[in-house]
Design a binder for this molecule. Sequence first.
Ligand code: ADP
Ligand code: MG
Length: 464
Amino acid sequence: MEKKSIQTNNVFALEEEKTLNWSEVQSSFEKSFGKEIYSSWLSNITLLKEYNDYLVLGVPTRFFRDWIVSRYLDKILKQIKSFKLSLIRIEFKILEDNKTSINVNHKTNESNSILEIKDSVLNYNRLNPNLNFDNFIKGSSNEIALSSSKKVCEQTSRFNPLYIYGGVGLGKTHLLNAIGLELKKETNVMFISTERFMYHFIKSIKKNDMVNFKDFFRKSSVFIIDDIQFISGKEGLQEEFFHTFNSLIEKSSQIIVSADRPPAKLERVQERIKSRLSGGLIVDIDRPDLELKIKIIKRKIEDNQNQFGESYNIDDNVINFIANECKTNIRGLIGILNRILTFGRIHKKPLNISDCKNILKDVFSQQKIITVDRIQNTVSNFFNISLNEMLSQRRSRPLARPRQIAMYLAKKMTTRSLPEIGRRFANRDHTTVIHAVKTITKLSQENEEMNKNINQITNLLMKE
Ligand code: ADP
Ligand code: MG
C-alpha cells in the first residue's frame, strides 16, 4: 500500500523550477507592504515549491493563511509576478497541520489544508491564456512547427497526429497551449501533460473506475498531450494510451503530441505506439538563432513595459550581449532577461553591459552542468570507496549511505527524473530513489555531520 502511494506521488510530480530568489522577493515585500505588515505576516511565508506557473508557499497556521489571503493576496501575487512573469497562481500549504517534512506529493489541491487561488484570467482546463499564437515569436528554428500548428487549427484532422518535438525550453508547450486556446473557441479540447494523464490513469485503477477514465479522454474532439516521452517504460499506461489514441482517430478527433525527441527515438515505448505517432505530420523545433533571440528579448521588454507601466532604457548593445550569451534555450533566455529587468527596476537605472555581465556570472555559476556520472564519481571519491562498490547491491552502511547521498544529489542537482536516476544506479527502482531522497533530507536536517558532508560534496561539484 505504502509503495503504491509513493508511486502515485512520483508520477504526478512536475518538474520543479528554481528561478526565484525568495529572499529577494521577501525584501521587496518589506519595501512595498511596510515593516509592520511585513514582520507580522509576510516574513513568515516560506517558499516550498516552485513550478513554471505556480508556487506552493508555506504558512504557519490556517488563521494566518486566511488573514493573508483576505487582505494581501492580490498584491502578493502581483509582487511575485514582477520576479516571475509566468506565475499564474499560488497555493498555500499550512505547515502546522502537516509537520511531517514536505514530500514530493504534488497532489495539493486534494488536501483541505491547501487553498488554491487562481488568477482571474486562468480558466480551469489548465490552458494558459498567456501562451498563445500572438505572443509566439516566429524564427527560422520554429517556423515550420508554428505554421503546422496554425494549419491544424484551420482544418483539423488534416495531419493526424501532429507531432512536435524539440529540446527543453524551446516552445513546445507554448505551441500546444496556443493550439488548445484557438480550438477551444469552437470545440471541446482536452489538453493534458503525460504526467497528469498517468496520474488520472493510476487514480482510476485504484478507484476501480476505468470506465470513466476511458470515457473522459475519448470524448474530446481535440486531444493534446504534452511530453509523451514520459510514457517510457510504463506498460499499463502505454496500453491505455494506444487504445485512447485509436478510438480518437476513429472518430476523427484531432490529436496533437509533443515530445523531446522524434517518435522513432522514444525509448522503451511499444513499436505500435511509435508507429501510430509517426502516422501524421512530424515537425521539430530547433534552438533559436541570434535573430530570434533578439526578437524575443525586444518583445519581452515591451511586455514588461506594458505590464509595469515603466519604460526601460536598454540599448541594442545590451540586447545583443544578452542574446549572444544565452546559449541554452528560450526558457533560459527569458529567465535571465527577467533577472536583468528586475535588477534594472529595483536599482532604477539604465542597464549597461557590465551590470549584465555580473548578473549573468551569477546565473551561470548556478547553472553548472552537473551529471549523474559526475555526482557518482565525486561522492565515491569523497567517501573513499570504489564506484563499483557504491553501485553494488551490498547494503552495509558504509556503502549504502554514500549511495543514498549520491541519489539525493542526483535528484537535487540534475533534471533527471526519479526513474532515470534509479536506472543509473544499477537499475534500481524509483521508489528506492525516493527513499534515499527522504532519508538524506531528514538526516541532513538532524545531523550536523551529514549536513557538512553534503555541503562539502556540493562545493566540490560546483567547482571545476
Ligand atoms: P518546452 O515545452 O519546449 O520545454 P515552453 O513551451 O515551456 O518549452 O517554452 C519555454 C518558455 O519560452 C515559455 O515561457 C515560452 O512562452 C517561451 N517561448 C518559447 N518559444 C517562444 C517563442 N517562439 N516566442 C515567445 N516565447 C517563447
Ligand atoms: Mg514543455
